[in-house]
Unconditional design. Structure first.
Length: 147
């Protein structure tokens, strides 16, 4: 049975490259063995790869808005199951791994989670309102393009 949507392989490839560069950018401090990998300056690579974040988010937004064909309920359930739920599960596993058992409590977990949202996971509070607004933006842009 043929798919109702056509893949755009060139944009998928660009998004994959951007994804790889996100990893390079955010692991630069771990890879920096005296400032270089044989033949490649990791510091220069990191500076160049910083462009990957906006590129990756723009392409992800393009794919998200371009394929919005679900009901609002299904869209939000999908975002909860693919973004919010994995983040909560990961944070619980990270908390269990990093915090000594004697210091564990629900209050400490919420402090741990809040601290991560304010620091390393700063993009999540930025992303959630965008995901909430995306279906309405998509409908508005569709209506605008028809007139």
């Amino acid at each position: 049975m043929p798919s109702s949507t056509k893949r755009m392989a060139n944009w998928d490839l660009l998004r994959s490259i951007a994804m790889f560069l996100v990893v390079v950018c955010h692991t630069q401090s771990y890879l920096d063995y005296g400032g270089h990998i044989p033949g490649i300056s990791v510091s220069a690579l990191s500076r160049i790869s910083i462009l990957c974040d906006p590129l990756f988010f723009m392409l992800s937004g393009f794919f998200a808005l371009g394929s919005f064909k679900k009901s609002l309920r299904d869209y939000y359930l999908n975002k909860i199951s693919t973004i919010i739920l994995p983040m909560v599960v990961y944070s619980i596993l990270l908390y269990l791994y990093l915090i000594p058992f004697s210091s564990m409590s629900l209050g400490n977990y919420f402090d741990f989670f809040r601290t991560n949202l304010e620091n390393g996971w700063w993009f999540i509070p930025q992303l959630v309102p965008c995901l909430v607004a995306a279906p309405f933006l998509c409908k508005g842009l569709d209506a605008l393009s028809e007139k």
